[in-house]
Structures are given as C-alpha cells and as structure tokens.
Design a protein around this ligand. Structure first.
Ligand SMILES: Nc1nc2c(ncn2[C@@H]2O[C@H](COP(=O)(O)OP(=O)(O)OP(=O)(O)O)[C@@H](O)[C@H]2O)c(=O)[nH]1
Length: 298
C-alpha cells in the first residue's frame, strides 16, 4: 500500500483553501487522519495550521521584494526554488504513514496550471519518486461562472489543460454551489456538469453583445474585441474543443455542506483507488521551464 494525496488546484478565489478546511474538518469528524501541506507561498491565514508550509522555505513577499518580481514571476520563482529543494517536502512526507490523506493546497495563479511545466515535475516527484504517493487532482471552478458562459468555458479550458498536463486522476469541482442554487434551474445546471457547445448558442443574454454594429469594420474597435462576432467565434471554438475532447465533467461542491464535502471525498477516494489498481505508467521525460520570471508578469 502506498500513501494517498489530493492536489487542490484552481484559479484565484475558486475556494481552494475553504475546501481544504472543510475537507480537514470532515476527516476529523470521521476520525480519519490527514496531513495538510500549504504550497501557496502567499497564503497567510489558516483555519488549520499546515503540517508543511512552503513559506518556511520561501515566501512570495520576500521574493517580490528581493528579486523585484511581480506576483506571477515571483510565484514561478518560488516553485523553481521548491523544485531545487524537494528534500523540504520529501523529508517530512517520508514520515507520513498510509492511513493519512495528504492535502496539498495550491496557489491560484493560472499560469501554474496552463503553460509552465513546474507542476508536472512536482507531481512526478510526489507520485513516481521514492514517495510513491497515489494522488488525485481536485480542480475547482467557481459555479458563479455559469452566469457568464464564455467565462465558464474559459475556466473549463483551464481545467482541461491541467488534466492534459498532469496526466493524473482528476476530479473537477464546481465550487460555491450555495451561491447559484435557486438562480439557475436544475435542468440548466445539468448542462454545465457535462459542458456542451450548445450552451453558447442558447446564451440569449449575450446574443445582443455578439452582434456586430453595421458599418463597424474596425476589427480592433472596443466593441468588436469585447463583444463582437470574432469574440463569439473564439468562444465557440474553445467550447467546441472542450466538447470534442469530452474530458471535462464537474461534480458540485458546497464547502459549507458536510454531505457535499463527504460526497466529493468519496469520488476522490474512488479515483485514487481506481488509479492504484492500474498498471503504473512510464514517467514522461522532464521538460525545462523556458520562460523568464519577468515574462510571467507581462
Ligand atoms: N458562499 C461561498 N463562499 C465560498 C465558498 N468557498 C469559498 N468561499 C469564499 O470565496 C472566497 C475565496 O475563497 P478561498 O478559499 O480563499 O479561495 P482560494 O481558491 O483558496 O483563493 P486563493 O488562495 O486566492 O487562490 C472567500 O471569501 C471564501 O469565504 C463556498 O462554498 N460558498
């Protein structure tokens, strides 16, 4: 038997830390031990004190001050530093026994999940190195995005990008469900759980915005860029890509409701166990980060 872990990811403000707190509380209530790892070098207030805190190794504030970097470049610097000092994680995680669920609370900068190979390297170390942790990713997307469908598809694309990049068991969560219940009809909500491109066609609230003003031929005019037909075509192409891959579906999460947290945990447990039962796969070749830190804040 090997160790178990969940990597809690998603854009800024999606509810990652709140979910981690609710998960830890739920595990406590059910007398299941857990081990909390904060990997957000900017996180400050915790409901439960982390067992490992990246800030004991490096903090975003110090990096931004000392290196003169912005928040995105600074974050990438912190993660590069973590990758150079993986013993910081390994030494503590080595001592964690198999009955613990290891919860990794990640930062919200979207760059980390989409176009730098830092996370795959970290995941590879955790899953395939000597630690041999059986991991599942939990990717959170705010359910209030369903009100703004292009935003919802953009978020769904980032979830898909993380799935493709990390190649690990993956559970996508529509978080903050308490905020949309009552605002979105149950049958409409179902269409966001398994997103299909038709959602954009039915988006009557935005149809007006997508119509181009007759005679407005400047493709870069504010109206055309923000709400014009090219914007609509781009959204449709993104939605079609997601539809074609047919990879992303969501579970609903209301972190304030313990039954909801328990149901999500069951999926995570199942995903981990299913993966454990499969043959181990060959690791991918390591890839180097090819972006400068300054580029991240442009
Ligand atoms: N109503 C409601 N609010 C929530 C829920 N989960 C989180 N929030 C609120 O959303 C805000 C952001 O939540 P966090 O848990 O800090 O989000 P995060 O993803 O960790 O944010 P970053 O660390 O900045 O990336 C906070 O004000 C939370 O109280 C939820 O299930 N329901």
């Amino acid at each position: 038997m090997s160790k178990f872990g969940v990597l809690v990811m998603g854009p800024a403000g999606a509810g990652k830390s709140t979910f981690c707190t609710a998960l830890i509380q739920h595990l406590h209530n059910n007398k299941r031990p857990c081990y909390y790892v904060n990997l957000d070098p900017a996180a400050e207030d915790f409901a439960f004190e982390p067992d490992i805190d990246i800030k004991d190794l490096i903090s975003l504030e110090d990096v931004m001050e000392e290196m003169g970097l912005g928040p995105n470049g600074g974050l990438i610097y912190c993660f590069d530093f973590l990758l150079e000092n993986l013993d910081f994680l390994t030494e503590s995680l080595d001592t964690v026994t198999e009955e613990y669920l290891i919860i990794f609370d990640m930062p919200g900068q979207i760059e980390l999940y989409t176009h730098v190979p830092i996370l795959p390297t970290l995941v590879k170390h955790l899953m395939r190195g000597s630690l041999n942790i059986n991991m599942c990713a939990a990717y959170l997307l705010e359910s209030t995005f369903v009100i703004d469908r292009p935003k919802f598809f953009a978020g769904t694309l980032s979830a898909m990008s993380a799935m493709l990049m990390l190649e690990m068991p993956h559970v996508n969560l529509l978080s903050k469900m308490d905020l949309v219940k009552g605002q979105v009809a149950r049958k409409d909500l179902k269409r966001f759980i398994d997103p299909d491109v038709g959602l954009l066609d039915d988006d009557t609230s935005r149809t007006m915005e997508f119509e181009q003003t007759p005679g407005d031929s400047d493709p870069l005019s504010a109206k055309n860029v923000m709400g014009g037909s090219s914007f609509h075509r781009l959204n449709r192409a993104v939605a079609q890509l997601i539809d074609d891959f047919s990879m992303v579906s969501f579970l609903q999460l209301d972190a304030q409701n313990e039954d909801s947290v328990g149901a999500v945990l069951s999926y995570i447990d199942d995903a981990i166990q299913y993966h454990e039962a499969q043959e181990p796969r060959e690791p991918k070749d390591e890839v180097e980060t090819d972006m400068g830190y300054d580029d991240m804040d442009r």
